[in-house]
Design a protein around this ligand. Structure first.
Ligand code: GDP
Ligand code: ZN
Length: 325
């Protein structure tokens, strides 16, 4: 009898460590280090310091939970984050929505055909990912659709971004070509899958994770059209370890105000040349002795990349920035 009580006591008071793998409104699904799946709520008085957010806890967070008798639990503590990705709310509260925390990398899925992803979109995504210190792999999907001309165009794009310093992987989610390369890159990491709608993200997930039901995507999309944008985030476990974060409706990272010097540092090659500019507060637009302008002229910096830099520089108005996504 005594033993029974002792065991019971330990069971109700024990705190456990886990990873938040799903967030549906006020419920958080936590996978404990022991491998159990526990549905959790946040304790009423639990608030995260420093972030005004609609959801203080996000998928990817390492948390401490306290289990109760109903087999549910409270999240009582949250571990330090190495990064977190936010999206500003559309309402006036100026609160942020945390899409995910502790992301190891992002796959930006792009296509040169049906639809053609613009370099401006790619560059904006890359620059903001730099700001969040999230490495990006560019996944060129739908290679099966390309004729010789488009294939050359795609190769040109891949050469450009490889030169800047981004890994590029050509794939076809339809035929399965190149998907093994993605599988290797995904192994044991938390990967955010991004890209315009229609580029093949769902097709890709279905191929990487057969049996995963992407019905959740439709549910979240429906919510995204509502006044109060609720994003249900989910981490899909990979068979060999690692997770894919699939957040429908998220096409890019959050927005924030940047000084020109800061923006420069998010364009790797522009940053490289900017060290030789005459003025250290050079905006690389008109200044004499600007090494970036010279590098653009000499084709060391691609015109498309420089145009993207300028377009971000001109985006003082936050709303205009957001519309670009
Ligand atoms: P998502 O909006 O990014 O999730 O895109 P989907 O996965 O829904 O794909 C959009 C459309 O593109 C669908 O009709 C897919 O069948 C098609 N698609 C996806 N990947 C490929 C591909 O590699 N090749 C071709 N030809 N079509 C593809
Ligand atoms: Zn300059």
């Amino acid at each position: 009898m005594f033993v029974f009580f002792l065991v019971f006591f330990i069971f109700i008071s024990i705190t456990m460590q886990g990873l938040v793998i799903k967030n549906t409104g006020s419920w958080y699904t936590v996978k404990t280090v022991e491998g159990d799946i526990v549905e959790c709520k946040i304790k009423g008085n639990f608030r995260l310091k420093g972030i005004r957010s609609t959801n203080p806890v996000a998928v990817g967070d390492h948390v401490e939970i306290e289990r109760n008798q109903q087999d549910t639990a409270f999240i009582t503590a949250i571990g330090d984050r190495k990064n977190y990705i936010i999206r500003k709310s559309q309402n006036l509260s100026k609160q942020s929505h945390i899409i995910a925390a502790n992301v190891d990398q992002a796959f930006l899925v792009v296509t040169v055909e049906r639809p053609q992803t613009s370099t401006t979109f790619i560059d904006r995504f890359l620059a903001t990912a730099e700001a969040y210190s999230v490495p990006v792999v560019l996944v060129f999907n739908k290679t099966d659709l390309l004729d010789d001309d488009l294939m050359r165009y795609q190769q040109m794009m891949m050469d450009l971004y490889e030169t800047v310093g981004y890994k590029c992987v050509p794939v076809s989610a339809e035929t399965g070509d190149g998907m093994d390369v993605l599988m290797t890159l995904l192994h044991d990491r938390i990967t955010l899958l991004s890209g315009h709608s229609g580029v093949g993200k769902s097709t890709m997930i279905n191929r990487l994770l057969p049996g995963v039901n992407l019905r959740t995507a439709e549910i979240s999309d429906a919510h995204n059209t509502g006044m109060h944008t609720t994003t249900f985030s989910e981490m899909l476990p990979l068979p060999g370890g690692g997770y894919i974060i699939d957040t429908p409706g998220i096409k890019g990272f959050g927005t924030f105000n940047m000084e020109p010097e800061e923006l420069t540092s998010y364009f790797k090659e522009i940053f490289h040349f900017s060290k030789d500019c005459r003025f250290n507060n050079c905006t690389h637009t008109h200044e004499p002795g600007c090494a970036v302008l010279k590098a653009v002229e000499d084709h060391y910096i691609a015109a498309s990349r420089y145009q993207s830099y300028l377009s971000m520089l001109e985006d003082k108005d936050e709303n205009k920035y957001r519309e670009a996504y």
